[in-house]
Design a protein around this ligand. Structure first.
Ligand code: AMP
Length: 288
């Protein structure tokens, strides 16, 4: 596996694949790699002949009081994992390489509405920061296909929208969430949990799963289901930001006839902000 830090070096390296018509995939990450990230690489190998992974902890998507400085950075261990995953090129630029000197005034990519709801309400500027780096990575690497985890469901919808709106020629693939044996979605931020918090953390998934069962059985008193779940999470010691039942592709509020739903949640547990979601194909009465 080759590791490159420079934008121009990456462009030169992938040029040969493009000219000779070989498909290549991009898997953007912030490093501290776990089995969820490696599943993305596995999928990528099915969709393309070559896999490029990027590791970049993007300052633009962290709020001023968020964990940019403390975000876990484990570069050497990440490299070892990527080598055994079949990754061919690792792009690991510095902050200066990506943003030069004037990060505050950089052009930003904004996907309105989708970026302002749910997590966007609690993390102002987060999705614009994420959309900006993803757009830059697409322009630098110019992959045929890019893979993102469904764990960050709203992020995936924002990316699908920006690629469509800006006519970026890349296919976006969503990859199902990889979980620990007890149901907790794998995340770099899980390591902020104490042992006692870690034991509680799977309750986020289990609460969403129960809610999803209710929806599958035909319940459509959405607000009541949401507030019951919020109450349940609060009772066990989490501090939920939201639990929301939404239409799966637009993330708008569903009506009684919607049957393609997603239940999303974010909740604080100690120093960790956990997010999770479950897709639900609900049975609904036919509306005529
Ligand atoms: P991150 O390094 O957290 O920015 O994540 C990089 C990519 O890995 C994103 O597309 C995430 O959605 C994806 N990802 C993170 N955790 C998981 C997981 N548990 N299962 C599947 N994909 C994941």
């Amino acid at each position: 596996m080759l590791t490159l830090q420079g934008i121009n070096e990456v462009r030169d390296y992938v040029k040969h694949w493009r000219i000779t018509g070989q498909r290549f995939a991009l898997v953007p990450t912030m490093g501290n790699l776990h089995a969820g990230h490696l599943r993305l690489v596995e999928y990528a190998r099915e969709f393309a002949e070559h896999v490029v992974v990027s590791i970049f902890v993007n300052p633009l998507q962290f709020g001023p009081n968020e964990d940019f400085k403390n975000y876990p950075r484990t570069f050497e261990a990440d490299k070892t994992k990527l080598i055994s995953s079949g990754t061919e090129l690792l792009f690991a630029p510095s902050v200066d390489e990506i943003y030069a000197s004037d990060r505050e005034r950089i052009t930003r990519v904004d996907v309105p509405e989708l970026s302002a709801i749910l997590d966007g309400k609690f993390r102002p500027g987060h999705f614009a920061g994420m959309a900006t780096i993803v757009t830059k990575l697409f322009n630098i690497v110019q992959p045929d296909v890019a893979l993102f985890g469904e764990k960050d469901y709203q992020q995936l919808q924002v990316i699908r929208r920006l690629v469509a709106d800006l006519s970026i020629p890349v296919e976006i693939i969503g990859v199902p969430t990889v979980r620990e044996a007890d149901g907790l979605a794998m995340s770099s931020r899980n390591q902020y949990l104490t042992a006692a918090e870690r034991a509680l953390a799977p309750q986020l998934f289990h609460t969403l799963d129960e809610l999803a069962q209710e929806l599958s059985n035909g319940r459509c008193d959405f607000q009541r289901l949401e507030s019951e779940a919020v109450r349940k999470l609060s009772t066990i010691g989490m501090r939920p930001d939201y639990v929301a039942i939404r239409e799966a592709s637009s993330l708008t509020a569903p009506d009684n006839a919607s049957n393609n739903l997603v239940v999303l949640a974010a909740a604080w547990l100690g120093k960790a902000r956990l997010i999770d979601n479950i897709h639900v194909h609900a049975k609904r009465a036919q509306v005529t």
